[in-house]
Design a protein around this ligand. Sequence first.
Ligand SMILES: [Zn+2]
Length: 527
Amino acid sequence: MKHFPVTRRVKSSALLPAMLLGFLTMSGCAVNPVTGQRELGFISEQREVAIGQEQYTPSQQSQGGQFSVDRGLTAYVQQVGNRLVAVSDRQLPYEFVVLNNSVPNAWALPGGKIAVNRGLLAELNNEAELAAVIGHEIVHAAARHGAQAMERGMLLQGAMVIGAVAAQGSDYADYIVGGAQLGAQLMTQRYGREAERESDAYGIQYMVDAGYDPAAAISLQETFVRLSEGQQSNWLNGLFASHPPSQERVDNNRALVAQLRAEGRAGGELGEARYQEATAFLRETKPAYDAFDEAEKLVGEDKLEDASRKLETALSMVPNEARFHGLQADILIYQRRYQAAVTTYDAAISRDPNYYDYYLGRGVAYARQGERFRANEDLQASIKLLPTALAMNELGTLALESNDRVAAKEYFGMAASAQGLVGEQSRAAFMRLDIADNPAQYVSAQAYINQAGRLVARVQNVSPLPVSDVTVEFRAIIGGQVVSRSVVVPQMAAGQGGDLDSTLSFQAGALPAAGQFSADVRGARVE
Ligand SMILES: [Zn+2]
């Protein structure tokens, strides 16, 4: 059992003075705070913590936001988390939240920012199983697994991620744009088998040290294996996407727990009664959240009336759940009932003012009613919580309406990375503005002298849209004199190219030398 050191480890990071650790980090080599092994690493602890802090809010938002209707449950999960943190190997600004999401999942960002979905809490049987989940996630953060993934370049960069990340349970419009895409990747990251083994093994150590019965880690993994065999899509989209369960993991955990038992160190508690009490509301209200999930699915299928009826059922059981009101309001938007939508978003915001979707929806509703100032305010509030393509596109339109071309270009440029209709609209809107400033980016022109001795340009529309009024300026130096001439092409389809005659012609003996003639695109428009 080489992989699983069961004797208490030397807390390497605690022994290293900060200066020395800094030096090691700068030289590209540091000691892993959990395993005690030396490893390459160029992301400093300060950077790790900063990434976690920056990404925590948008990552929560894209996964349904916090489960605010039962604050007691969050406090309970924090308690269990802190009990494990107290025995962990690394001091980090740990935080724990419960997300309003039915998918059974949990994740950790670098720097110790951890989240557990209510959908996972509903499946666990006791506090020790929760401790197994949280302990595992704490190790991912403490042992720098997210930072390592970034260092190894395992995350997609820039263009590759374009349009790839959508907010959970949302339609095409909720594509996350900008820096928040990093968090979305980090929380769905597959760390690899070695990292998972490490998290299982040290997570069990933390459980034992915090006074929990490590047998819960086995029962949990067994449940996972059973559920993964059932191919429940909810699980496959959730925890199992980043944490494929396996018999190997069960066997490893079993061997480690047997060893701990032999050492007399496995006598902790399961905390079943406490867990059942803390999650009582969750179980009681499960039918309401099931109805909500069905309503969300019906909205996706454009069955708005059916969805609305499901939501009424959900609301009759949990009238204070802001998400239920929020989805009712979304439906009103699809039905173009903007005034009613505003009122219903108000009802959601009064119950939970910290979820991006209510501001995004209300901003759109205000915009459709011509209330630009309020629309702008709400859309800004929404992108502070989660920057989405839809909000950026709406803000771009508003900026354009107030003749702020610079701001409009910036917003459309942000939204242009999204897929679907919003991305398409934004790309066109961006290009419409940008082509006036940079026509040569969209239409190329290459000058040459043809066999008849005329100055010609090979012109091509390299943009994805049809363009018009393409103005090409020809220049040539003839006998020390600059001669110039502009020619306009009225229409060019996307991708269309051809030769454009300048009508400037030269005698065989007086051809301009290379570098003494040119053709430049000076103007173009998109309808
Ligand atoms: Zn893991």
